[in-house]
Write a protein that binds this ligand. Structure first.
Ligand code: MIG
Length: 801
């Protein structure tokens, strides 16, 4: 089998000429003389699916990645042909298929420009060892084409010049360029001539992507089995490519509870109960906001899932309640390995019901993990998932645990080559029985899905919260994620920035890293800088392995504690802003973190930018990731940006030095933005929100901003009980007007906005609210340009002198 090279053409087979063609509503079939069939499905005007068979018939069509909620339908579809091609035309794309050899080229229907073309196109090699084919695709890389995406690869944002493997792997202390690591997200984005498209190779076998590494002008991808089955997604805006991919593979099925966007404290492990309480009490004593506390594997009895060590935790229900009374949601870890122990009911039941994975010839898949020798549930069996989801009843409904953390679900096995199951392990795969070669990459995803189903059921009417380490495309529907076992080094702080951005542009926005590093111990400076970055990651959690000392906000002395508190407070103030971005992600698939290239692909300076990124829609952040720094140089995207700390206005499209001592960090706000803010709370819901802060950043021009709010948990928002405020800012030389358009049936508890005007180029002369001049006393204008205004206004104008 050819794995190391794609150039070795010896065993390759190619389609020959097309001899027949047929159309079935939105799907076309092209058959070649040598029995290859290409199936093209027009899913949307901008989304085409290509699927190949080398034996005239197709296997049952099934995908764990594609959601049933994906949009379908097109405005236009026309099939024509000329001497050399069949031509499929939609309102967005023209796809030509060569009659001679099935090679395809795809053009923008508007301007006729080439977007993506096959080089060898589809080819394959027969696999004698396993049967079936090693399926391959190669494409011509266009002039100065750049590549992005692929999930969690810890490498430069732009993937060009490199080769990658997708095989979900437990990667303790991985490093820069380690590949593969925990996730398999076979989706990439190409960008050339300011046009962007995406390719999602929906094949769960071990797969490879080569971006001009082996041959300078060729991009190729291949898998060790299964079908050549991929989706071509056109933009031309990268943000639309990502939104379309996310539409296809799914958005989170509901918003997270707002508390899940707060700060989380974790360690391997906090036990016994007195230690957990000491930690949570310290947060409150030092007034460092925190919403979640984690129990790692030591809370269990001998690492048996769904049990408690009664010596450490004599009364978990009471403890969980006491923690909750103090604002802490308890999150517990659950691993896939089930200890072989006939006195352990979970094991006994799964054994009796035949729910464990087996080897090819019948023995159980036996592997060592934390509990010792274990068997592993086959999460690819819907009945097993149903059973697994039921196991959460006690933990969630009775004891009151609010989130579950799925770890080791690659699946990880200790002390064996490959660190996972052998290839011959059999899986149900929704009745399409297969070996681990095909199921490996989705095993963790299906565990997260089963866990999610349990939490969804037993947390009701509250929203579920799940975290997973392993993932395949589509896992974002069920769970948040973190980037695995990193290390407390400065380089890892840099690395942490990248998989978060990459994950976000790969449809998976609810992501964060182990702040401070999992392995080894950071010094205070590194920890503080990492917290600063974490403020701008949707999942915001400190985690560390226990053997290297303490890693709580107060573990590094008072100076660091103060800095960490200050930044966690900023996060809590920005909660309504982040929640609004999350809502956009859940509704429209817009990624929460935007690499600069995704923010402005037309500006070539952004194509190789790694460090700076946009958080939500309006905030530009850039971590400081080296020791002893007093600031750094960074690139500002085109446009105007206010320094968050000083309000200094910067004209983008260039690099600048930014001062940032340890108690600061480069944070900028887009001119024209309106940033909603909550007061600092020690945990979400601690205070009733009696006033919504709106930080307005003046711009000479127009800008729109949104604020989404709801009950912060539960499902009422799905029935229209949300509050969406659309703000339009119109700035002129001597005035600034804010219009408000409100929708939704949720009544926010506050009555007023506290508007803070930043960057006003004039002194205020008068203020009009809904066309009536208001006296200053009424709007309580303060010395610092803040005014209190009734939240119902539709038009507010501030006139200059
Ligand atoms: O073999 O549960 O990535 O976050 O603390 C180590 C113990 C198992 C790996 C996870 C890490 C977790 C740890 N786990």
């Amino acid at each position: 089998m050819i794995l190391s090279t794609e150039l070795e053409h010896k065993g390759n087979l190619y389609p020959s000429k097309i001899i027949s063609y047929r159309k079935d509503v939105d799907t076309l079939y092209f058959t070649t003389e040598n029995f290859v069939v290409l199936q093209v499905t027009v899913r949307r005007d901008s989304v085409l699916r290509f699927r190949y068979s080398t034996k005239t018939i197709f296997d049952k069509d099934f995908s764990y990645a594609i959601t049933k909620y994906a949009s379908r339908g097109f405005n236009h579809l026309e099939i024509t042909d000329d001497d050399e091609h069949y031509i499929i035309t939609t309102s967005k794309l023209i796809c030509k298929i060569a009659k001679e050899d099935l090679r395809k080229s795809i053009y923008d229907a508007k301007d006729g420009k080439l977007i993506c073309e096959d080089e060898l196109g589809f080819h394959w090699e027969e696999s004698y060892e396993f049967g079936g084919d090693i399926v391959k695709m190669s494409k011509v890389s266009q002039d100065s084409e750049a590549y992005y995406g692929l999930g969690d690869k810890p490498v430069h944002v732009n993937l060009k010049g490199k080769r990658f493997e997708n095989w979900v792997t437990d990667s303790y202390a991985y490093g820069r360029d380690s590949d593969p690591i925990y996730k398999s997200i076979p989706f990439y984005i190409g960008l050339h001539h300011t046009k962007s498209y995406g390719i999602f190779f929906d094949n769960t076998f071990r797969s490879f992507f080569d971006f001009c590494a082996e041959r300078r002008n060729i991009t190729s991808y291949w898998a060790e089995g299964g079908e050549m089955n991929y989706y071509f997604i056109y933009g031309p805006d990268m943000a639309d490519v990502v939104a379309s991919y996310t539409d296809l593979t799914g958005k989170p099925h509901q918003l997270p509870p707002l508390w899940a966007l707060g700060y989380h404290q974790c360690k391997w492990s906090y036990y016994p109960e007195s230690n957990v309480k000491a930690i949570t009490n310290k947060f409150r004593e030092l007034k460092i906001p925190c919403d979640a506390i984690y129990l790692d594997i030591d809370y269990m009895e001998g690492f048996r899932c769904f049990t408690w060590n009664k010596e450490y935790f004599p009364d978990p229900k009471r403890m969980v309640k006491e923690l909750l009374d103090d604002g802490f949601k308890t999150i517990a870890i659950i691993d896939p390995g089930i200890k072989i122990d006939l006195d352990y009911p979970v094991f006994k039941e799964a054994l009796d019901k035949d729910y464990f994975c087996k080897r090819a010839d019948g023995p159980y898949m036996k592997g060592k993990v934390w509990p010792g020798e274990c068997y592993f549930p086959d999460f690819t069996d819907p009945e097993v998932r149903e059973w697994w989801s039921g196991l959460f009843k006690e933990l969630i409904e009775d004891i009151g645990v609010r989130g579950v953390w799925n770890d080791m679900n690659e699946p990880a096995v200790m002390d064996v080559p490959g660190k996972t199951f052998p290839d011959d392990v059999r899986h149900n795969y929704e009745g399409l029985r297969c070996s681990h070669r095909k199921a490996h990459n989705i095993y963790g995803m299906q565990m997260a899905r089963a866990t999610y189903q349990g939490l969804k059921k037993f947390s009701y009417p509250k929203r579920p919260f799940v975290i997973t380490r392993a993932a395949y495309s589509g896992t974002q529907r069920y769970s948040s994620t973190w980037t695995g076992d990193n290390v407390a080094t400065w380089d890892h702080l840099n690395i942490a920035n990248i998989p978060a951005q990459r994950s976000s542009m790969s449809g998976y926005s609810f992501v964060g890293s182990d702040i401070g590093g999992f392995a080894e111990q950071p010094n205070g400076e590194l920890y503080a800088r990492w917290i600063q970055l974490g403020v701008f990651h949707p999942f915001f959690r400190t985690h560390s392995s226990g053997d290297h000392g303490d890693q709580e906000p107060w573990a590094f002395g008072k100076n660091i504690t103060d800095i960490v508190r200050k930044f966690i407070e900023i996060r809590y103030q920005l909660l309504p802003y982040l929640y609004t971005s999350f809502w956009r992600y859940v509704e429209e698939g817009i990624p929460i973190l935007k690499s600069l290239v995704l923010f402005d692909q037309a500006d070539p300076h952004t194509h190789y930018r790694n460090d700076e990124f946009i958080f939500g829609e309006k905030i530009l952040a850039c971590p400081i990731a080296e020791p002893n720094a007093k600031g750094r140089r960074m690139y500002f995207p085109i446009g105007e940006w206010y320094n968050f700390w000083t309000n200094e206005l910067i004209e983008g499209g260039q690099e600048f030095w930014v001062d940032a001592d340890l108690d600061s960090m480069p944070i900028f706000v887009k001119a024209g933005a309106i940033i909603p803010k909550y007061p600092i709370q020690q945990y979400v819901g601690e205070k009733e929100i009696i006033e919504l802060g709106l930080d307005v950043y003046y711009k000479n021009g127009k800008e729109t901003s949104q604020v989404y709010e709801d009950a912060q948990d539960g499902y009422d928002y799905k029935k229209g009980r949300f509050s969406l405020r659309n703000f339009k800012l119109i700035g002129k030389k001597k005035s600034v007007t804010i219009q408000q358009f409100k929708s939704g049936k949720f009544f926010t508890p506050y009555k007023t906005f506290k508007i803070k005007l930043n960057g006003l180029p004039f002194e205020i002369d008068k203020i009009e609210v809904d066309h009536e001049v208001t006296d200053f006393a009424k709007v309580k204008i303060n010395g610092d340009n803040t005014l209190i205004v009734n939240k119902e206004f539709t038009k507010l104008t501030i006139f200059g002198k």
